[in-house]
Design a protein around this ligand. Structure first.
Ligand SMILES: Nc1nc2c(ncn2[C@@H]2O[C@H](COP(=O)(O)OP(=O)(O)OP(=O)(O)O)[C@@H](O)[C@H]2O)c(=O)[nH]1
Ligand SMILES: [Zn+2]
Length: 295
């Protein structure tokens, strides 16, 4: 008999499915193409001690990155993406912008969180770099997770499904352990089961924050570059909230906002409505997305 379930971990061709009453078991997708990702709602069929995914329910969204060759999915059916930054190490505005664009493209709400506010001076400097993002309407929260100060985060996460993205050293483990005691143990157990005994922690894992299983937190492994090759260069400005209102002032409907006369975006840069750093990032991303692909 087919049962419904939620994919709470995945690695390669295996995944862990959780039933509505909280039981978990390893499942394998049927057929080669039906790759499942964490957050997928599925119909599965039990075999002796494992199971087979029979159907993946249609996704509301899929958060992913794409380089020139590969697509890497993070998770599906998200309410929000938490982009974790910290006073130190110094964050990359380029990586932040890429993650924000990928979230916009899938209509997923991003939340930027700046950790380590106990490091007063470094924090002030980092927060100043985030000012354009506050101005363009993004939620920017702050905390000092190590000291137990989670700021407004618990309230923002409540009853939602949130993917946590954090470059190494920002405090992602500290956060997840603060919200989900024993998260480490659960992740290690799942990884071990999925890797048939090998002890690695490379899989994306869903954690429940509350006993009622309403607040979901998805921890994903680190990555090097956030590729946005799935984005059409001509759509970039539409996914940048500081650019978007100005494109309607461009004379040419197919304006690239790089060199055309009577360009609303370039006017906004000149007037200070768009920050120079964001315009520079736009130019770099546009070049990257329009450059011929080298295999
Ligand atoms: N000053 C300060 N340090 C913090 C805070 N939160 C975490 N740290 C420290 O920052 C370092 C990185 O924290 P982790 O939680 O391991 O960070 P991570 O993002 O999981 O990093 P990886 O394990 O490299 O992926 C550790 O030395 C933490 O003790 C904070 O609020 N303030
Ligand atoms: Zn323009």
């Amino acid at each position: 008999m087919k049962q419904s379930g939620l994919v709470v971990a995945s690695h390669g061709r295996h995944c862990v499915v959780e039933t509505p009453d909280g039981e978990r078991r390893i499942c394998h997708p049927r057929g080669k193409k039906s790759q499942v990702v964490v957050g997928d709602r599925v119909q599965w069929l039990a075999s002796t001690d494992e199971g087979t995914i029979e159907k993946v329910e249609p996704r509301h969204n899929l958060f992913y990155r794409q380089d020139e060759i590969r697509t890497k999915s993070f998770a599906a059916n998200l309410d929000q993406v938490l982009i974790l930054l910290a006073a130190e190490p110094e964050f990359s505005e380029m990586q932040l912008t890429r993650a924000l664009i990928a979230a916009e493209a899938e209509h997923i709400t991003p939340i930027i969180v700046l950790n380590k506010r106990d490091l007063t001076e470094l924090h002030a400097r980092a927060f100043a770099r985030l000012e354009p993002y506050v101005k363009m309407g993004y939620t920017v929260l702050q905390g000092a997770f190590k000291t137990g100060d989670l700021g407004d985060l618990p309230e923002r996460l409540k009853d939602k499904t949130t993917l946590v993205l954090g470059p190494s050293g920002t405090g992602k483990s500290t956060l997840i352990n603060a919200l989900v005691p024993n998260a480490n143990v659960a992740t290690a157990e799942i990884s071990q089961a999925l890797n048939s005994g090998k002890h690695t922690t490379t899989s994306t894992t869903w954690h429940w924050v509350d006993a009622e299983r309403k607040t979901g937190l998805i921890d994903s492994p680190g990555f090097q570059e956030f590729g946005v090759h799935h984005i059409d260069a001509m759509q970039l400005a539409a996914y940048m909230p500081d650019f978007k209102p100005h494109v309607t002032n461009c004379k040419f409907y197919n304006c690239t906002h790089l060199h055309e006369p009577s360009c609303g975006v370039q006017d906004a840069v000149a007037s200070g409505a768009i920050s120079p750093s964001r315009y520079k990032l736009y130019g770099m991303l546009f070049a990257e997305l329009t450059q011929p692909v080298n295999y």
